[in-house]
Design a protein around this ligand. Sequence first.
Ligand code: GLC
Length: 534
Amino acid sequence: MMPEGEPGRTWWKHGTLYQIYPRSYQDSNGDGVGDLRGIINRLDHLQNLGVDGIWLDPITVSPNDDWGYDVSDYCDVDPALGTLADAEELVTEAAKRGIRIILDLVPNHSSDQHPWFKEAISSRDSAKRDWYVWADPKPDGSPPNNWRNIFDPRRPAWTFDEASGQYYLNQFLASQPDLNWWNPLVRDAFDDILRFWFDRGVAGFRIDVCHAVVKDAELRDNPPTTSDDHWYEQMHGVKQVYNASRPEVHDVIRRWRTLADSYTPKRILVGETYVLDPNRLAEFYGNGDDELNLAFNFHLVHAEFNAAELRSAVELAEKLLPANAWPTWTGGNHDNHRWMSRWCGNDPAKARVGMVMFMGLRGTPFLYYGDEIAMPDTEVGPDRILDPVGKTHGPRLGRDNERTPMHWTASAGAGYSEAGVEPWLPYGDYAACNVADQTADVDSMLEFTRELIALRRATPELQTAPYITHPASDDRLWAWTRGSLLVALNMTNEQTEIAGTNGTCLLHTDRSLDGMAVDGRLSLSPWSAAIIQT
Ligand code: GLC
């Protein structure tokens, strides 16, 4: 069951959350695939790190065309990852360490192997036909509208079913048919799925494709893009108007929120809100209390790693979110190359600056497994590509590089699996970067991350105080206050200074400066950051 809360502290707001890609965390049975028992075995690492909750990418039964995001049974565990009993044990063991489990809910589509779809495709008259989005071809036989496939914009978002003469909507793979959220029975079925897991002590859901589960009821054509539009829309040639962010999606989110709030302790909803217009993100918080608890901000994920772009993403969210809405920040996930590589070019100094940013902002930081040791992407050669996007578009756009096994030790098998076992995706350079070596090293990224998380936990202003941009900020230096604290990031290769600052340095990327007195002038060396008690 879920751990008791601490008075005055809301775990999902004031704590640090951590995403695990289950196949890649720890292989407990030597088959080259990470599993739930492996995660149980590594809970002490997470407790030492100080995280309050973990989000697991899908653990439910899947043919794995899209590695768990094609679900064929929402209420059981994929055999490659373990059993339902393992999931229950994980919840219990995590709770003993003050850690909550957040699962991934995939409501936009199921697998074509799900019994619902098998029934739906069996005939036009099937009782489940309307659980999916079916439409007749245009008179010339072409797809019902101009929506493009998200994984491969060269093809339509529709697949023709010869047997019934109709198309079904699949915004992702053809084996991931979109569910029809206008059908009340689909809504009821998902209520049951939420309850199934909440009843087992699961603390919440990260909701896949949350912004787009409801489509335009009339399936209207999307308007064409112009050169002013976001690159993502330009890639599709059409604006995402009728297939995503429909007003009616908010009814569904409110319904889920009512259900989550009916539990004690309340469960939470974290949305994959891939909205391209940052002005629209706020809508997914509803009135601040009746939709998502946390909505991922992809505007920040897509920003360049420089003071100007990151600051503007944060300032915009701070300006637009409803008063009682709570931001959440991450640099990446299983769909984006690791921020260590993408943003920092694998430069450890930059990684520390990034970590100070995540822990210093107002809002909940989500780390992706390996961020705590500044684990870089792993190059996955063409012969090892497993991600469907990588298969279609090649490794640069593919998502395998950020999904490779966690580096625990420097010995063969990386502490992930047994020596000699070939992991499902290749190992990176675990001798160069691993948990064991960094645990022994007080000046490591792991220790730095742990100290930052601990500082955040011990410092109420870091948890709750408002974010206010410091006037010294420019395109190179980004500084902000949180109550009496000053967080300052020098994001350049040059020395910078903030005048008029007095206080004590609580934590510095150069650990030898922790505790240093700041007397009138804070001086920051290239690519460094500090949190100052003024
Ligand atoms: C989300 C997931 C991604 C998946 C897609 C389809 O974007 O994060 O991994 O491929 O949805 O389910």
